[in-house]
Design a protein around this ligand. Structure first.
Ligand SMILES: CC(C)(COP(=O)(O)OP(=O)(O)OC[C@H]1O[C@@H](n2cnc3c(N)ncnc32)[C@H](O)[C@@H]1OP(=O)(O)O)[C@@H](O)C(=O)NCCC(=O)NCCS
Length: 202
């Protein structure tokens, strides 16, 4: 792994929520990223099924950065607390489709930052980026039906339930369901979320 210089922490980050800000995922984040991926309560709940090494993650990040220079393939962010630069989670917009105006959201926070609102706040910042900066019309996701905390977080942000994919993953209790949820631009505006977590907010 190459050692990169750490940029100064911005006083007014471009992409921020109330308590977190987003910056590109970098190689220096990968040990923490891999630890999250390999944790059943973190990466496991986000759909990762087998262990990942730092070397594999490094190769993936380099490939992804190369392919997604235009941003069309996706935006992968590290989540940091405001005023700090340490990775506490990651949030992504995947499969950005600028023609049809949609993308998929994925997220995991590290174990120490679950259940205290950081993840919900990070999604707020990402949704503002998706709807304001990219001009998307729809952001969608899937979640394990058993992942009540994640679903509650999505509902709070204004995501609507669109469907249920029955017996679509093999979980601890055997085959389990997945839910499909999405938020449209108008719903995001109506939920009042556009006033929060804004790229232009102070
Ligand atoms: C899912 C995730 C991003 C949610 O972000 P978060 O900041 O931890 O969520 P919050 O703390 O805002 O909690 C969201 C809601 O769930 C509730 N909640 C917290 N823990 C819960 C639990 N164990 N079971 C059910 N609900 C729970 C909270 O009370 C809150 O509801 P409220 O707004 O009505 O009070 C984060 O928990 C995470 O990264 N989890 C691990 C990986 C993962 O599951 N990723 C999503 C894959 S689809």
């Amino acid at each position: 792994m190459t050692s990169e210089p750490t940029p100064p922490i911005p006083e007014r980050p471009l992409l921020r929520g109330d308590r977190v800000w987003l910056r590109p995922l970098e190689e220096r984040d990968l040990p923490a990223y891999v630890a999250g991926m390999n944790d059943a309560e973190v990466g496991g709940m986000a759909g990762y099924k087998w262990p990942l090494s730092v070397a594999q993650a490094t190769a993936w990040l380099q490939r992804t950065q190369e392919q997604s220079r235009s941003g069309e393939l996706g935006f992968f962010f590290a989540v940091c607390e405001v005023g700090a630069d340490q990775f506490i989670g990651t949030v992504w917009l995947k499969g950005v489709n600028l023609v049809d105006g949609n993308a998929e959201l994925a997220i995991f926070m590290d174990r120490d930052h679950i259940g205290s609102g950081y993840g919900t706040d990070a999604q707020r910042a990402l949704l503002a980026f998706a709807f304001k900066n990219l001009g998307l019309q729809r952001v969608w996701l899937t979640a394990y039906a058993a992942n009540e905390r994640a679903i509650r977080s999505y509902e709070r942000l204004g995501f609507q339930h669109e469907g249920r994919l029955r017996q679509s993953w093999r979980g601890p209790r055997g085959l389990e369901d997945t839910v499909l949820m999405a938020i449209l631009r108008d719903e995001w505006l109506q939920a009042g979320e556009s006033a929060k977590g804004s790229p232009t907010a102070d």
